[in-house]
Write a protein that binds this ligand. Structure first.
Ligand SMILES: [Zn+2]
Length: 81
């Protein structure tokens, strides 16, 4: 049986969801020499917006949750007078 693990990505703009194979996400993660606190990101095929993993633990041991990002955005919007 094939390993069919996927990471569910959520578009931050339109909330479209897309399943991306775990291996692909991990490859991007390894190639990304930048900030390890930022997960591999993909562009939404629906609106071109930024997609964020719903829940993914990266190859560097960081845990990413879209709920954290959405909460942060809400907090920021709350700060705008
Ligand atoms: Zn989108």
């Amino acid at each position: 049986m094939m390993d069919n693990q996927h990471v569910n990505y959520v578009c931050l703009e339109c909330e479209e969801e897309e399943l991306i194979p775990l291996g692909v996400v991990q490859d991007f993660d390894r190639m990304d020499g930048g900030d390890p606190s930022v997960p591999p990101k993909f562009a939404c095929e629906h609106c071109g917006g930024e997609m964020y993993p719903e829940h993914y633990i990266g190859v560097h041991g960081y845990e990413y949750k879209v709920s954290n990002i959405l909460q942060t955005q809400k907090d920021r919007q709350g700060d705008i007078p």
